[in-house]
Structure formats: C-alpha cells, structure tokens
Write a protein that binds this ligand. Structure first.
Ligand SMILES: [Zn+2]
Length: 398
C-alpha cells in the first residue's frame, strides 16, 4: 500500500517511472496515469490556501525545493515583482508547485481540491492557479459538476466516456500550453472534490480508460445541455476539419420536451438595438427582424435588421454573443416583432455539438445502454482504450 502511494505520488509529480524491480525480482508495472491540469483561477489577485498535511514547495522551472511544512492554514499567496509573496516570504520563482499527499484534500479559497497545486505569476501581474490530478479522479468531480448524480447510470457512463475523450484530446493537443482545462463552461465545469458523488465515481470506474476514437485518433468530443431536436455540425462553430462523421450532427428525438427543450425571450426595441451596437438614430425605428439563412441543422446563420433609415446584417453567432448566451440560449429560433418588442422562440440550450445531455438522459430512461448512447451521438466513432492512442502510447495502467 505504501509502495502504491509512493508511486502515485511520483506519477503526480510528473516523474515517469518505467518499471521497478520488486524484492522478489519481479518487474512491477508502474501506475503512470495521465494527469490533467485544470486552471481553477485565472488572473486572481490573491488566494488563501489550507493544506491539512505535509507539503513541499518547489520552483516550477528548476524543481529546486523552496520550503516544506507539516501543514498550512489559511496561507495567503500574492503576486509580487518579479515572483510570488508566500505569506511574508518573498519567493524569487514566478511559478511554484506544491506537492501534497495524494490522499490529502486541500482548500483554495475554501473550495476543496485534490492533486498537486501549481501557482504562477501571470504576465499581467496576477495569479494563475492550476490543480493537476489523475484524469480518472478529475472525471469524478467534473461529471457531477455537469449533470446530476441522480441520472440513470447508463447516461452517466456515456457522459463519462465523452468527457474523458474531450479531456484526453485537450491533454494531447495542449501539451505546450500552461493548462489543459478551465473549470468553467468554456471547456468543462469542475467544482473540485465537493462535487464528487458515489454514483459518478461508479460511472467513471465502469468506463475506466475508455474513450472514443475516429480513424485511430482522439477527436474533440463535446456536449451541451439540450440540442432542441438536431445536434450541430462542429465545423459550423469551430475551426475543425469538415467531414468527421462523429461530429457532423444527428437528428435527435430523445430530448424532445425534456428540460431546456424550449425557450422564449423578448427584448424592448431600444435595448435590442443598444446590445447590437446600433441606435434608433442610425437605423431608425425597428421595422423588421428576419432570418436570412439557416444551416443544415436548422440553426440561424444570418439575420437582417431593417429600420426606417437603413438596414444591418449579422450572423447568428454575432447575435448570440451580443445578446448573451444565456438569454439567446441557442441559434435554433424564430424571431418576430410585436408592439415594439423583439421576441425569440427557440429550441435547445447550448452550442448543440456532440452529446445532448438531456437526450442521453431520455435514451437511458428508455433502456438504451451507454454504448448505444455514444454511438447515436457520435456515429462512426469507436470505443477504445486510451492506452496506446497517439499522445497516450506510454500510459500503462488504464
Ligand atoms: Zn437533443
């Protein structure tokens, strides 16, 4: 057990252990697990750190030991010039790594995490705070941050496979970057240890190491709340290669009338024009708002806004950015102008690419398996072990 812990600690620090020779002379495979670096805070002015156990602080650039403590209580860390201020101690390093026992839960600004903590001074003179932890441990917290642990197990298992694929793909393509994931909706929500639940752990363990691959490689699998009846082609939104079958979008009957399927919102004429950056003086009073183009999944590509003095055109994505992604929940909408108000009636919530979370819920409730769910949303993808895929050739324990 102690050996296992020591090996896990080595894996956490990024030391690759190829093999060890046990006292009886047998080679013991080292549990080198992929780790994920999650930026939990970006551009923070300071943090407070509590570690209820031994920890060692190292210079991120050189690996030199800077300090060690039996525990830390409510320790303040701030940026200074050129390094970091750790309590009252000035550190010359602009990036530090805190090694913590893998079983120790530490707190950053009172929120609990596990893994290894990395703190860097940013170019803007603030703090970038990253936790680095084994991929499978991360997924347990990340999954519950996205969906309810009370969902049918097959839906949770399908989501675990999709989340693992997304994260592994980012670990692969972001090797040269400072971190792999953020902790917000721009990549994958992660609320740390507080979000871990036994049923999400069960879903992660039941699919341990399993990912989706296309043509022998990981791809940018992703998910959204509700597609509104048709998932989106990833190439409509992101700069990805066109024609990858698992990312082209499918017609989805399973999310119909489940949560977030329909939405409606309306704005006053003046507020609408202000958010678009136009004024009644420029366009005149609003006469018509019309959709000029839709894509194959039915989502709005282009709109025209006509006023008494002129007209303006914009893309659906520009409109969603300006009105806000939570107000204009999706690009699958119709728009009308009634008594000075611009009214939108829409379907779905989110970008619509990949797994439809509420559709997965609907499929599992109808008795579909996790395998059937991922095959439905990612047609042509193969369920594979992460081990051996490009970027993960040397992974040897999952
Ligand atoms: Zn759907």
């Amino acid at each position: 057990m102690r050996l296992l812990r020591a090996l896990r600690a080595l894996a956490m620090t990024g030391v690759v252990v190829l093999s060890l020779v046990a006292p009886v002379g047998l080679a013991v495979p080292a549990p080198v697990e992929p780790t994920v670096r999650v930026a939990i805070l970006q551009e923070a002015e300071s943090i407070r750190l509590t570690v209820p156990g031994p920890c060692r602080l190292k210079d991120q650039a050189t690996g030199a030991l800077l300090a060690e403590w039996p525990e830390l209580k409510w320790q303040e860390i701030r940026p200074s010039n050129p390094g970091l201020l750790w309590g009252r101690q000035e550190l010359p390093a602009s990036g530090v790594v805190l090694d913590v026992n893998p079983d120790t839960i530490f707190r950053v600004n009172a929120r609990p995490y596990r893994g290894e903590l990395i703190v860097q001074r940013t170019a803007g003179g603030r703090l970038l705070v990253i936790v680095r932890l084994p991929l499978e441990e991360y997924l347990v917290g990340a999954l519950t941050s996205e969906v309810s642990a009370g969902w049918p197990l097959e839906a949770l298992k399908a989501h675990a496979v999709v989340s693992r694929t997304m994260v592994a793909h980012r670990i692969w393509i972001r090797k040269a970057q400072e971190f792999d994931m953020t902790s917000d909706t721009s990549t994958h929500l992660y609320h740390g240890v507080a979000a871990e639940r036994s049923r999400t752990r069960q879903a992660v363990e039941a699919t341990r190491g399993q990912v989706l691959a296309y043509d022998g490689e990981l791809f940018s699998a992703t998910f959204h709340a509700n597609c509104g009846g048709h998932t989106e082609d990833a190439a409509e939104i992101w700069d990805v290669k066109r024609g990858i079958p698992p990312l082209q979008g499918v017609e989805d009957p399973y999310c119909r009338n489940l949560k977030h399927y329909r939405w409606r919102t309306s704005l006053g004429e003046e507020e609408f024009l202000l958010l678009l950056g136009a004024t009644p003086a420029q366009l005149g009073s609003l006469q018509k708002v019309s959709v000029t183009q839709r894509n194959a999944s039915g989502r709005v590509r282009g709109l025209q806004i006509r006023g008494g003095r002129g007209k303006a055109t914009l893309t659906g994505r520009q409109l969603r950015e300006r009105l806000g992604a939570n107000r204009l929940r999706s690009l699958n909408f119709t728009v009308s102008l009634n008594s000075g108000r611009v009214a939108f009636d829409g379907l779905g919530w989110g970008h619509g690419v990949g797994l439809c979370q509420w559709g997965a819920f609907g499929m599992a409730r109808q008795g579909k398996t996790a395998e059937e769910i991922v095959q439905f949303y990612f047609p042509g993808a193969q369920r594979r072990a992460l081990k051996g895929l490009p970027g993960f050739v040397s992974v040897n324990n999952i």
